[in-house]
Design a binder for this molecule. Sequence first.
Ligand code: MG
Length: 375
Amino acid sequence: MTALGRLRFPVGRGLGRRYPELPHPYRNEFQRDRDRIIHSHAFRRMENKTQVFPAGISDHFRNRLTHTIEVSQVARTVASALDLDEDLTEALSLGHDIGHPPFAHAGEEELDRQMRRFGERFDHNLHALRIVESFEHRYASFPGLNLTFEVREGIAKHSHDFETGESPALDEYLPGLRPPLEAQLIDLADEIAYNTADLDDAYSAGMFEISDVRNAVSEFDKRYEAAEVQFPGATGRERFQEVVRGLVDELVSGLVQGTLQAAADAGVNNPDDVRQCPRRLACFMLSSHATNRQLKQFLHHFVYFSEPLAEERRRSAGMLAELFEFYLANPGKLPENYVESLAVTPTHRVVCDYIAGMTDGFLLRCFQQVLSARY
Ligand code: MG
């Protein structure tokens, strides 16, 4: 099987920016988008946003920014192996988590719970679009980052595609059609990055024994057995690292091979065929899909729903909820630019936008200020 250069999205055929701009002499449009994302506030804030383990436990656990760099590395490797557009892949990888609120999924769930009280929702992909469309103020000529259509579409379709009318705010992003193959890779590169990284961090945190993961993930067991033979003098930690490295490699290769196979089976010949195809073409081979699923199940049981992390989540969600209530009752205490938007936007949405943009550390400081003002 050959690579998929015939399916690469041609940067010159993009649908362009909302506000037209002159071309740059030596950076193409997707390279410019990548640079705009890297220089945004939202990108830098990810350094102080939880991925899984709250800051302060260890200086070498992933935060949302280092996770993002790992996703970008995985996705670019896959794009390069398949001969797809690495710049589009990189821009989308670097932007894939900028809409995440503080405190990871606990924060996202709590904001969503608060918004449901008003018949609305919070979704971090939609929030990322709002950031790049309006909340970043870096240019005098337009609001937001004025990204290309394909990068905005990739953000809108990060985790799933949609039909016309399903999500009215997204109707301009070609409902009913698949995004370019480069955009399809991001969600799976994200899974590869966090499943293997969370396993690594959780092992460092002492949340499971090697035997636990050997019993739950057959590919881990197979590779660990081989590592025992190959590295008889190695420590358990060194063997563990060898196996995790091997798992990353197997998942990345499985994504490359699975996508090649799916493209061959679907008979697609150009980027338009990719869009018209009834399903996404980026996928794992069956064996890697099974490894990925087993890893995910293991992490749910031993890590995400373990008591220490569940307790941490309850604490974070509680603080977020209390802060939400406070600003809802005292909208005048919001920063000036948010107070101004109260004239055109409902209070709950303004409060939601303000809290969603906070880092973990900023939310904690706000919470302390609010508490001290109250009592
Ligand atoms: Mg992610």
